[in-house]
Design a protein around this ligand. Structure first.
Ligand SMILES: N=C(N)NCCCC[C@H](N)C(=O)O
Ligand SMILES: O=C(O)CCC(=O)C(=O)O
Ligand SMILES: [Fe+2]
Length: 331
């Protein structure tokens, strides 16, 4: 239910982060104020910035730094951790390998997912079985990323407790069978900048990542501080910029939360165009439901008030796999 918003709002979530595991969180006035703001931004835009999130700035910058260093390596080096079907679609993909709506995206990436062991989700999970492929260089790469993933998982869980209240449910609506064992996804992304032959022409770049919605519950996006490239579509069809706000994450809603909220919250279309001359890095963490959970509108007061159940049931793992199997060019 997006509106014709013209900018992306910022929320200070420090009270929620501090009290999200307090049994009385739902009676705390400061928490309830954050919940009220979450409800507003989720209803109006489906996109918002969070500050006061508690993840150290050095780590937030650190993951972008090691990512940039990896992408600076020669292709042969990067190809050592090439993404293939045999690796469960984990690893490095070169520029143009990922496609969105049939068009190759101008980005390179390392894709990582919660590890899936053999037989873990039966036939449903076969496609995603595999271990993440981490670069050997710098040697700290894996340790930094694991630390980051674990902090993002905890932060996203806390924000989802706030969103559960915002929808009109109880704080633990997204725990247990629904998202108590969250499937996470992380994409380390690099977008080349524009270059001009003679230095005078203004060049436009191709689409870094075409218009799409995210697949799960909540996305935490960590982008370079000095490049404006992410755009979000409002109800009037205008592309609204989501420029970097240092110290914050951009958050947005995924397809599964749209279903849980019965369309009260929208998984908003967004895209990336890097028209700057600089190479842009972003590290995107996706917090999703349990892999094998069947998602349907919650039976809460507010989602009911939004009308009879509109959305069909979806199994998250099926949704993810249908995307993964169509996201890459055949070689
Ligand atoms: N795991 C997530 N959400 N990834 C978002 C990727 C979006 C681009 C992809 N080619 C697509 O068309 O979906
Ligand atoms: O790089 C970005 O700013 C956004 C990337 C994105 O939307 C995605 O990977 O889903
Ligand atoms: Fe996205």
């Amino acid at each position: 239910m997006a509106t014709d918003f013209s900018s992306i709002p910022i929320i200070d979530i420090s009270s929620l982060v501090a009290k999200a595991d307090d049994p009385n969180m739902a009676e705390d006035p400061a928490v309830l104020e954050v919940v009220r703001q979450l409800d507003k931004v989720c209803t109006e835009a489906g996109f918002f910035y969070v500050k006061g999130h508690g993840i150290p700035d050095t780590l937030v910058k650190g993951v972008r730094d090691v990512t940039r260093r990896f992408f600076e390596l020669p292709y042969e080096e990067k190809a050592k951790i090439k993404m293939t079907a045999a690796t469960g679609f984990r690893g490095y993909e070169k520029i143009g390998e990922n496609i969105t709506q049939g068009v190759p995206d101008m980005h390179e990436a390392i894709d990582c997912y919660r590890e899936v062991t053999q037989g873990m989700y039966g036939d449903l999970g076969k496609v995603m079985e595999g271990n993440n492929q981490w670069p050997q260089n710098p040697p700290t790469f894996e340790v930094i990323m694991e630390k980051y993933i674990s902090l993002c998982t905890d932060l996203a869980r806390k924000i989802m407790r706030g969103i559960a209240l915002a929808i009109g449910g109880s704080p633990d609506e997204f725990e247990g069978q629904r998202a108590g064992d969250p499937f996470w996804v992380m994409r380390l992304l690099g977008y080349p900048g524009v270059s001009s032959e003679n230095g005078t022409n203004v060049m436009k770049n191709d689409i870094g990542c075409g218009a799409h919605t995210d697949y799960g519950l909540l996305t935490l996006l960590n982008q370079d501080d000095d490049i404006n490239a992410l755009q979000v579509k409002n109800l009037s069809g205008e592309w609204i910029s989501a420029p970097p706000v240092p110290g914050s994450f951009v958050c947005n809603i995924g397809d599964m939360l749209k279903i849980y909220s019965n369309g009260l919250y929208e998984s908003t279309l967004h895209r990336v165009i890097n028209n700057s001359s600089k190479y842009r890095v972003s590290v995107v963490y996706f917090y999703e439901t349990n892999f094998d959970t069947a998602v349907e509108p919650l039976d809460t007061h507010k989602t009911r008030a939004n009308g009879n159940k509109k959305f069909e049931r979806a199994v998250y793992g099926e949704h993810l796999i249908s995307k993964v199997l169509t996201n890459f060019v055949d070689e």
